[in-house]
Ligand binder design. Structure first.
Ligand SMILES: *Cc1c(COP(=O)(O)O)cnc(C)c1O
Length: 394
């Protein structure tokens, strides 16, 4: 890969990271191979001795996956990237490669369900202390980070309530406590928010969401400094095996070519849908970071360039009303994925956030009337009309 002078993101989404083979192909090649061959036994020995660069085995590295890693690093402005089989493999490997028994982790309470499980259930199994804080409460972060800490994990905007964490303030507090900051940037995407510019050390993604964006494959990504990726992450990654399939990398490479257009259009659609929902008497509240009535609107807009593709709203009448609404949709479908070209609705209390329990849901404000809507690429007016006809049945 020859790196050219700085280009704009729309161009990097198309061209960055390309590795062209001797066949002079235009589209990125799919190297669907588990292993690689050597010219001689001597060459194999030299490769395993790190004397010459050469692909060895796709659990360690693969050219198609490397193209995706190069593109994502360029877009994020990160020194290095490794792609993983799923977003959860990315979060898990980023944390477990860095942590050891006796360490302390501080996390925002509002996390994707499985991220919450890793912090709350898995870390204690390894003797790692964990402290949860209300991500929007800077005093709580300050208190939690007044002692030595190894790692901070947060998500902003959070799933599903779209809470915003002050990235710069929390990164400063975390660094003073000796911690690295891992930001799950799935909701914002690298197009709308760049956590490393606010001090984040590691950024993780579920590539399943906006990067594929068309509901086809699972994937994840971990981005950080070359030093951290090489010394901390890579040995764990290489030996525990959360590698991404080259096929999935190839699909996601195609997804990235249109991600800029999709995220901009879906975000514009989401704002229109949020404005409609906020005006409905059957809706108790509509949460969208770009709306002035979002409790952290100013902070959100200081960190993000648009409101994103997700809207959370509370239907009056609790679970019964929420279910009735969802069952009446004719365009919007019920699914727990997000960032897709198709608009997808989820009832967090009974699906993605069922396992965290009623008490934790109450702390997060996830009432039984809350619906998370991932807004797709359909015509915004059709989505509004679908919501309007469904609301009439509530
Ligand atoms: C989906 C998601 C994940 C997990 O990603 P998978 O690809 O499903 O493993 C992690 N964090 C957030 C915020 C997500 O939305």
């Amino acid at each position: 890969m020859t790196e050219t002078p700085k280009r704009r993101i729309a161009t990097d989404l198309i061209h960055a990271g390309r590795i062209r083979s001797d066949m002079a192909e235009n589209a990125e090649a799919l190297f669907l191979t588990s292993g690689f061959v050597y010219d001689s036994a001597e060459q194999a020995e030299a490769v395993f001795n790190n004397e010459i660069p050469h692909y060895q085995y796709s659990r360690f590295a693969n050219p198609t996956v490397a193209m995706l890693e190069g593109k994502l690093a360029k877009i994020e402005g990160a020194e290095a990237c490794r792609c993983t089989a799923t977003g959860m493999a990315a979060v898990h490997a980023a944390m477990l490669s860095h942590l050891k028994t006796g360490d302390r982790v501080v996390a925002a309470r509002a996390l994707f369900g499985s991220c919450h499980w890793i912090v709350n259930n898995l870390l204690p199994q390894y003797g790692i202390e964990r402290v949860f804080v209300d991500g929007s409460d800077l005093a709580a972060w300050q208190a939690a980070l007044s002692q030595k800490t190894a790692l901070v994990l947060l998500e902003t905007p959070s799933n599903p309530m779209l809470d915003i964490v002050d990235l710069r303030a929390v990164c400063d507090l975390a660094h003073a406590a000796g911690a690295i900051v891992v930001v799950d940037n799935v909701f914002a995407t690298p197009l709308l928010q760049r956590p490393m510019e606010f001090g984040a050390d590691v950024v993780v993604y579920s590539a399943t969401k906006h990067m594929d964006g068309q509901g086809r494959v699972l994937g994840g990504a971990v981005l950080g400094s070359q030093k951290w990726i090489t010394e901390v992450f890579q040995p764990f990654f290489r030996n525990t095996g959360p590698a991404m399939s080259p096929f999935n990398a190839w699909v996601i490479l195609k997804g990235l070519e249109t991600m800029g257009l999709r995220v901009a259009a879906q975000s514009a659609n989401a704002e229109k849908v949020a404005n409609f929902l906020a005006s409905s008497p059957k809706i108790a509240r509509a949460l969208y970071p770009a709306r002035q009535d979002h409790p952290q609107h100013k902070l959100a807009m200081a960190q993000m360039t648009a409101g994103g593709t997700l809207v959370a709203f509370e239907v009056k009448g609790g679970k019964e009303a929420a279910f009735r609404l969802m069952n009446a949709f004719q365009i919007i479908t019920i699914s727990n994925n997000l960032g897709d070209t198709k608009s997808l609705a989820t009832h967090p209390a009974t699906t993605t956030h069922m396992r965290i329990g009623a008490e934790e849901r109450a702390k997060l404000g996830i009432t039984d009337g809350i619906i998370r809507l991932s807004v797709g690429l359909e015509d915004a007016q059709d989505l509004i009309e679908d919501l309007a006809q469904a609301l009439e049945k509530v």
